[in-house]
Design a binder for this molecule. Structure first.
Ligand code: SF4
Length: 136
């Protein structure tokens, strides 16, 4: 996933570059991932963050460090070891990657995470709370 996620009420949009850009996302290579309401959103964040941490070639610092920090943060949240406030740190890291890297991988790592954080914050906080209770 390398584009900003769209919520259910945002997906009634034509599958073309301009329409998806107007909806706040991107057509990219036209692949679609559908996430249902049973899915763990922390799990989705974890998959995205760990994928880009692995794929970063390490040439530029915001991507090399940022993707690794995002992956470690989300891994901790998924393990029930984090706090909801850490989502702010995650958002800061993503915004420090976006637009500051040598190739588009940095933006691709940051954009879906930024969109999930801004559109599903209450759901993410609730899930972090449940994960933390599960450990307690
Ligand atoms: S943004 Fe591109 S060039 Fe920079 S570290 Fe990431 S993969 Fe390498």
């Amino acid at each position: 996933m390398s584009s900003p996620v769209l919520k259910a009420d945002e997906i009634d949009v034509a599958m073309d570059f301009d329409s998806l850009a107007a909806a706040g996302s991107m057509l990219g290579s036209a692949g679609i991932i559908v996430i249902d309401d049973e899915a763990s959103l922390i799990g989705v964040l974890e998959k995205i963050a760990s994928f880009y941490a692995r794929e970063s070639c390490g040439q530029c610092t915001p991507c090399r460090l940022g993707t690794s920090w995002m992956a470690k943060t989300v891994e901790r949240l998924a393990a029930g070891e984090g706090r909801p406030a850490e989502l702010d740190g995650l958002a800061r890291i993503a915004s420090n990657i976006k637009g500051r890297t040598l190739c588009p991988l940095g933006d691709a790592a940051a954009m879906p995470i930024q969109a999930l954080l801004s559109k599903f914050r209450p759901e993410l906080e609730a899930e972090i709370g449940r994960a933390a209770k599960g450990r307690g």
